[in-house]
Design a protein around this ligand. Structure first.
Ligand code: MEV
Length: 290
């Protein structure tokens, strides 16, 4: 039995502007997708939508690359089980994680050497099918792992789930397009300032940058009024919060990345809004063959 898992991700900052070549800071979270795959006597039943996306990408690669010594006409039958802790479509990189784990497992099944660069290349192809014009940052993070956040900061994060946005990532990228130009440089500056601030565990500056970065995301229309309302409450209480990933326009915006020096304040706000929330370790290992 082949077992491969991949983590979800959060955007510390730089979502949307990363699509236009600007830097972004992401890290992995300790929620994973796990794929079990083993050979079977025959293909079982129907083919899932995911299989319809993943198999052609893998087949195309194996025909043209030297990674595999055989030109594959057909993928032998196999059984696949996918389990996931990552909320789907909430800005936590669920699509990149499931593709990475599936592709990794399928390549092992086809006797291709375990190679993170190859898994990344093919996962990026799958991300293009899902999201149209992705930056590639999500797949890189869930495959290679994310930056380390010192515990001093990491222990005060809470992820609040506002629900799955009605809008897809593709739609949110389109929606942001007309206004993105005016935030590109400022968001780039903030992302660059954020890295040393995180490394130093400088809480005051961290809060300032996240607040400013969130304001920029609001300027491009990717934060619904509902989510902005919750974020204002957190700021008023002395913390900082931002959407995480593509966001949403109508109501649900997926995960809010929230921070306060006293985590209980965030938990209280989430409870008052009747929203699920959780904390998780950051900077965990990327895609993994068990
Ligand atoms: C999606 O998780 C983040 C976006 O920046 C899109 C991308 O990077 O491909 C909105």
């Amino acid at each position: 039995m082949i077992k491969v898992s991949a983590p979800g991700k959060i955007h510390l900052l730089g979502e949307h502007t990363v699509v236009y070549g600007k830097p972004a800071l992401l890290t992995t979270i300790d929620l994973r997708v796990t794929v079990h795959l083993r050979g079977a006597k025959a293909h079982l039943g129907g083919v899932s939508n995911l299989t319809k996306i993943i198999e052609p990408i893998v087949k195309k690669e194996l025909k043209i690359s030297k990674a595999s010594r055989f030109a594959l006409k057909k993928i032998p039958p196999y059984e696949l089980t996918i389990t996931s802790d990552i909320p789907i479509g909430a800005g936590l990189g669920s699509s990149a994680a499931v593709s990475a784990a599936y592709i990794g497992a399928l390549l092992v099944f086809l006797k291709v050497k375990w190679d993170l660069n190859l898994i990344n290349k093919l996962t990026f192809e799958a991300e293009k099918v899902f999201h149209g014009n992705p930056s590639g940052a999500d797949n890189k993070t869930v495959i290679f792992g994310g930056i380390t956040v010192p515990n001093k900061l990491a222990k005060n994060f809470v992820l609040i789930n506002t629900g799955k946005p009605k809008e897809s990532t593709k739609e949110m990228i389109e929606l942001a397009k007309p206004r993105i130009e005016k935030i590109l440089n400022d968001q780039e500056r903030l992302v660059k300032e954020l890295l040393p601030v995180i490394q130093d565990g400088d809480e005051k500056k961290f809060i300032e940058i996240i607040r400013a970065g969130e304001k920029n995301l609001e300027k491009i229309g990717v934060v619904s009024p509902y989510a902005a309302g919750i974020i204002r409450k957190i700021e008023k209480a002395g913390g900082a919060a931002k959407i995480c990933g593509a966001g949403g326009q109508t109501r649900a915006t997926g995960i809010l990345l929230t921070y306060h020096k006293d985590k209980k304040v965030l938990e209280k706000i989430a409870k008052a809004e009747n929203l699920p929330y959780f904390s998780t370790s950051l900077g965990v290992e990327g895609v993994k063959l068990h």
